[in-house]
Design a protein around this ligand. Structure first.
Ligand SMILES: [Zn+2]
Length: 194
């Protein structure tokens, strides 16, 4: 049992570190886009309320996975995506918050599944759910609902009114819900065939 928890902890830490590094690395793409500009100071993204809110939103959507490992992973992904703010410390021009986008979601899903197991559908889904619930809390928490969602096809921030947090979180819950239902069906099928 203890060994099981140790394996889970190791898996959670590894996947979270990869996701965090990926978001920070992806932010450098923002330096290549013609729409780049000076970056806002990242210190605002690092206060306790913001961090707690993001984790809570991620845990809520991740709870639908019905598996502690993926609940925790989603909570961590939902806050670690903000590592794309760290590029601002370099005082270079770039497109702000570039990981807050569908392109980053796709890259994160593919990279995590290639690195940790192609059958680990819940891990891939957790990356997408983490991003969606992050966008939800950013939209909820104030003037922050601005993301370059369709980068690199449309390299401008798209503004969402506060109330739209509901739709982002519902989308996050829908993704984890669908994956959970499919996983339950799959395991029933395997049980029936043995
Ligand atoms: Zn953010």
């Amino acid at each position: 049992m203890q060994q099981l928890w140790r394996n889970d902890a190791r898996y959670i830490i590894k996947t979270a570190l990869v996701f965090c590094a990926l978001s920070a690395a992806f932010s450098f793409v923002g330096m290549l886009l013609p729409e780049k500009g000076p970056l806002p100071n990242p210190s605002g993204a690092l206060n306790a309320r913001e961090i707690g809110g993001h984790i809570l939103w991620g845990l809520a959507a991740g709870a639908v996975f019905l598996n502690a490992r993926y609940v925790i992973i989603t909570g961590l992904f939902a806050v670690l995506i903000d590592s794309d703010h760290l590029i601002a410390l370099l005082h270079v021009d770039a497109l702000s918050r570039i990981s807050h986008s569908f392109a980053f979601s796709v890259i994160a899903v593919i990279t995590l599944m290639i690195s940790f197991g192609r059958r680990d559908v819940k891990l891939g889904a957790a990356a997408f759910v983490g991003v969606l619930s992050h966008l939800s809390y950013d939209t909820f928490a104030g003037e922050d609902g601005k993301f370059p969602l369709f980068v690199p096809f449309y390299n401008h921030q798209i503004t969402f009114p506060n109330i739209d947090w509901v739709y982002f979180e519902l989308a996050a819950v829908a993704v984890s819900g669908i994956v959970t239902i499919l996983a339950v069906r799959q395991s029933k099928k395997i049980q029936a065939s043995t």
